[in-house]
Design a protein around this ligand. Structure first.
Ligand SMILES: *Cc1c(COP(=O)(O)O)cnc(C)c1O
Ligand code: SF4
Length: 319
């Protein structure tokens, strides 16, 4: 993985944040370490902490505030584990927490406290394959994380080959934050893997929250992915101070549409401890999506969803 920014003092210096913020940044980062990709570190030099991109990654004192209802595993991952790192909640598809590593640490992440050490598939791969072979009702594997593209191409290629060898599997999906945070990861080998797999077209779901993330380096990376023939979707989290306006969400949808990416889900925040200051209430989310519906073609309006423990699918929020 390319070098990243992990030292609070470096962050304050490089982004020219108020030096007085360092203590809070260091304290929050002791709970969930600071991590900003090299690409974003460079893009955001001099950006204020309230920049909609910077805000997603700058640790803040708000993270230390305990709030009622904000817990360590808000989506019930611990209860649905089939094998180390293999989770199944929904019919026909299973999610592989491929690895613990991510290109960035998003401060609102619902896996902030996920016990990766015990439960990422890269450490239990034979057991994951056995579980998939044993249950032919699972037809789609979602490589997620952490971020699956944190794995080297050779490991990813081995994973994909092994999955291709399980006849009951018909679809492969990859959920990733890399293209928008560390676009150099979209290299020729990765593109060849996506283009040539028997699962083609693979489905790649990009995690992106603001149009500004689709900068002049990211856009060509997305175009390279599209050239593999993969189906490109996006998922975003509705975040206070990042994308909580109809203008911001519409601009994001337009920017995605221009790259051939279909906005898929807009998630209400999962109520993980430390992320309460990012929450946008459900009613406000509904109103924002209504405003988008008035402005955009239906295919550029993401579905507003919430993850409800025990539900058979992501729960659509329609107001
Ligand atoms: C979100 C999620 C999925 C994917 O849901 P889709 O509606 O198919 O996009 C699959 N498995 C798990 C465990 C999930 O959390
Ligand atoms: S990339 Fe995804 S898993 Fe990693 S910190 Fe961000 S939201 Fe969490």
């Amino acid at each position: 993985m390319p070098p990243s920014l992990t030292d609070p003092a470096d962050l304050v210096r490089r982004w020219r944040l108020p030096p007085g913020d360092l203590d809070a940044i260091a304290a929050a980062s002791a709970r969930f370490p600071l991590k900003v990709s090299d690409h974003l570190a460079a893009q955001l030099v001099g950006a204020a902490a309230d920049d909609p991109r910077a805000r997603q990654f700058v640790p803040s004192a708000d993270e230390l505030v305990e709030r009622e209802g904000f817990v360590s595993d808000p989506v019930g991952d611990a209860q649905v584990q089939l094998a180390g790192g293999l989770l199944q909640k929904y019919r026909g598809r299973a999610l592989v927490v491929a690895t613990a590593a991510c290109p960035v640490h998003c401060r609102y992440c619902f896996r902030r406290e996920y016990p990766y050490g015990d439960a990422s598939a890269v450490n239990h791969w034979p057991a994951v394959l056995d579980a998939l072979r044993a249950d032919p009702t699972v037809v789609e594997v979602i490589l997620s994380g952490g971020d699956p593209l944190s794995l080297p191409n050779a490991t990813l290629a081995r994973f994909v080959r092994d999955l291709e060898g399980i006849p009951s599997l018909t679809r492969l999906r990859i959920h990733t934050r890399f293209p928008t945070t560390s676009p150099a990861r979209v290299d020729d080998e990765l593109c060849a893997l996506l283009a040539e797999t028997r699962f083609a077209p693979a489905v790649v779901v990009l995690h992106v929250n603001h149009a500004a993330e689709l900068d002049e380096v990211v856009r060509p990376a997305v175009r390279r992915l599209r050239a593999t023939g993969a189906v490109l979707l996006s998922q975003s989290v509705l975040l206070r101070g990042v994308n909580d306006s109809a203008d911001a969400l519409a601009a994001l949808s337009e920017a995605l549409g221009a790259l051939g990416v279909v906005p898929y889900y807009l998630h209400l925040l999962d109520r993980v401890r430390g992320a309460g200051h990012f929450e946008v209430p459900e009613a406000e989310g509904v109103a924002l999506v209504r405003a988008l519906t008035d402005r955009l073609p239906g295919y550029l309006v993401p579905r507003l969803v919430r993850e409800v423990i025990g539900a058979a699918a992501k729960t659509a929020i329609t107001g």
